[in-house]
Design a protein around this ligand. Structure first.
Ligand code: TPP
Ligand code: MG
Length: 275
C-alpha cells in the first residue's frame, strides 16, 4: 500500500505495528494511541510490545477520558472523577502510563504536552532516533469531555510550580523562580527550596541512561500537588531489538536450511482429510 497511515482494530495497534516492522524493517513505524486504547482494551498488547523492545514508536495521547465515545472514564481518570459511567465519582485507582511502561522495561520513556509544541517536537525527535520501543505520553486536553485535566500544568499563572523539565546531566530544578529542586531522602524524592545552605550540588542530577529502572520509576511516580510532574525523557537505554534479533535468527536458519517455501512447510507433515 502506498500510504502513510492505517487504522487498526481498537487496542491492537502495537500488534499490527510489530508485524509491519518485521515485514518491512526499513519503515519508521509509529503507533498513535489513547489512554483508553493503549491502557484499557489494548493494555496487554502495549505491555508485550514494550517488553520485546520492537523498534516502533508509541505515542499515547492521555486526556484521562474516553473522548471519541463521548466521556466514559478511562484507566487514567483520577479517583473521584465524575463521568457518564462514574456518576458518583470514580472508585478506581488510576494507571500512571509512564510507570506502566517502565514496569514493562521500555527502553525509551518520555512525557510531553500537547500545547508545548517546542518540547513536543524535541521529545518526538529523540523518540524517532531511539532504536527500540519508544513510549511517549502526551498530556492532552479533551476540550469537550475533560477540559480541566491538565490546567494546572499549562496555565501560565501556576504551571511553573507544578512541572519539572528534565535535562540530561542537569540538576532537577523547577519553580517560577527556579528556586526549588529534588533531592534523595531515605530512598525517596524530596522537594527542597534552594538557598539557606541548600544548593544545586545537593540535588539529583538527571541520568536517563541508567540501566536500572528505579530512578526513572521514582520520577514517574511524582504527582501533583506534592511533587512537580516530570516532562522530558525519563529513560533512554539501549538493548537489542526484537526485530533485529529475529533477523539474525532468520539469516542463521536460511544459511543452514536454505530459503524456505511456506507452501512446502505447510504441507510437510500431520495432514489429514476431513470428509
Ligand atoms: C473493539 C472495540 N471496542 C470498543 C470500541 C469503542 N471505542 C472507540 S474509541 C473508544 C475509547 C477511546 O478512548 P481513548 O483511547 O482514550 O481515545 P480518545 O477518544 O480519548 O482520544 C472506545 C471504547 C471500538 N471502536 N472497538
Ligand atoms: Mg482518551
Amino acid at each position: 500500500m502506498n500510504t502513510y497511515g492505517i487504522h487498526s482494530i481498537h487496542g491492537r495497534a502495537p500488534t499490527l505495528a510489530t508485524g509491519l516492522k518485521l515485514a518491512n524493517p526499513k519503515l519508521s513505524v509509529w503507533v498513535i494511541t489513547g489512554d483508553g486504547d493503549g491502557l484499557s482494551i489494548g493494555g496487554n498488547h502495549l505491555l508485550h510490545c514494550l517488553r520485546r523492545n520492537v523498534d516502533i514508536k508509541i505515542i499515547l495521547f492521555n486526556n484521562r477520558i474516553y473522548g471519541l465515545t463521548k466521556g466514559q472514564y478511562s484507566p487514567t481518570s483520577l479517583p473521584g472523577h465524575k463521568t457518564k459511567t462514574t456518576p458518583m465519582g470514580s472508585i478506581d485507582y488510576a494507571f500512571n502510563p509512564l510507570s506502566v511502561a517502565l514496569g514493562a522495561e521500555a527502553t525509551f520513556v518520555a512525557r510531553t504536552q500537547d500545547t508545548n509544541t517546542k518540547h513536543l517536537g524535541e521529545v518526538l525527535g529523540r523518540a524517532a532516533r531511539h532504536k527500540g520501543s519508544a513510549f511517549v505520553e502526551i498530556d492532552q486536553t479533551c476540550v469537550v469531555y475533560n477540559e480541566h485535566a491538565w490546567e494546572h500544568t499549562t496555565d501560565p499563572e501556576v504551571r511553573d510550580d507544578n512541572v519539572l523539565f528534565l535535562e540530561d546531566g542537569k540538576p532537577l530544578v523547577f519553580g517560577k523562580n527556579r528556586d526549588k529542586g529534588l533531592r534523595m531522602n531515605n530512598f525517596e524524592a524530596q522537594v527542597v527550596g534552594l538557598g539557606n545552605g541548600v544548593g544545586e550540588s545537593d540535588l539529583l542530577v538527571h541520568q536517563p541512561g541508567l540501566q536500572n529502572t528505579s530512578y526513572a520509576y521514582m520520577l514517574s511516580r511524582m504527582e501533583n500537588p506534592d511533587f512537580p510532574l516530570t516532562f522530558g525523557v525519563l529513560r533512554d537505554v539501549t538493548r537489542p531489538t526484537y526485530d533485529g534479533m529475529l533477523d539474525i535468527q532468520v539469516a542463521q536458519a536460511t544459511e543452514r536450511l536454505g530459503a524456505g517455501q511456506l507452501g512446502k512447510l505447510y504441507r510437510s507433515s500431520d495432514l489429514w482429510e476431513v470428509k
